[in-house]
Design a protein around this ligand. Structure first.
Ligand code: CA
Length: 228
């Protein structure tokens, strides 16, 4: 999963980025509204943390521009305490959730987990495929009850596939959602990570779909193409 943090307070931005990285996300940072808008408009994030009080372009305007352009990425806004009108404006502009400052990092993490899994069509924070159980709260994976130690890249890869189980995910989609902007991206490394993941899990829940990508779980009909 890849996230964007748009926050002009440098310390707070750094704290958010560090906490999110430690929680297993790839994270990009923007420090003003224009930069944030550009990144959110051009990169496929799984969720965005957006401060409302931003230089160059305020957060509500950023959000309105994304929504007008059809960007449906889940957005969590950060608002000042006691500014209820900010929340109203934010929701009207298309925000999915909010947290007031000052906040506890755990709350941001929990709300982002909820936004990401809801966007992928899941109701709980645990994902199970066959004997493999992935808990997004602890970033832990167990197979048949036995914990499996994964690197952050391996975890991110498995978490993305399990959030999107039932759908074939292409290698380029994985690259876009697993690495931050500054990472030296190479879609060939995905294959290497998949190989390691299969070995560590010891069970083959990741199917290679030739020429298309990877599949976890049973194929599900695309939303909207479901039978009536
Ligand atoms: Ca601010």
């Amino acid at each position: 999963m890849r996230l964007l943090v748009v926050e002009d307070d440098k310390d707070l931005n750094r704290q958010l980025v560090t906490a999110l990285q430690n929680a297993g996300y790839a994270v990009d940072a923007a420090f003003d509204g224009e930069e944030g808008h550009f990144l959110g408009d051009t990169e496929p994030y799984d969720a965005i943390v957006l401060d409302l009080g931003l230089p160059r372009l305020d957060g509500v305007s950023v959000l309105e521009k994304w929504r007008r352009a059809g960007r449906r990425t889940p957005v969590l806004i950060l608002t000042a305490r006691d500014r209820w009108s900010d929340k109203v404006q934010g929701f009207d502009a298309g925000a999915d959730d909010y947290v007031t400052k000052p906040f506890h990092m755990e709350e941001i993490l929990a709300r982002l987990r909820a936004l990401v899994r809801r966007a992928a069509g899941h109701a709980t924070s645990e994902f199970q495929v066959g004997p493999v159980l992935l808990d997004t709260r602890s970033s832990k994976v167990v197979v048949d009850g036995n914990p499996v130690k994964l690197t952050s890249h391996e975890y991110r890869l498995l978490a993305y596939l399990m959030h999107h189980q039932g759908r074939v995910v292409s290698r380029s989609e994985l690259v876009e959602h697993l690495y931050d902007q500054d990472f030296d991206r190479d879609s060939n490394t995905i294959e290497v990570f998949i190989g390691r993941l299969r070995k560590k899990l010891g069970v083959d829940i990741i199917e290679t779909v030739r020429g298309l990508g990877y599949l976890v779980g049973e194929i599900r009909p695309e939303p909207g193409k479901a039978k009536r």
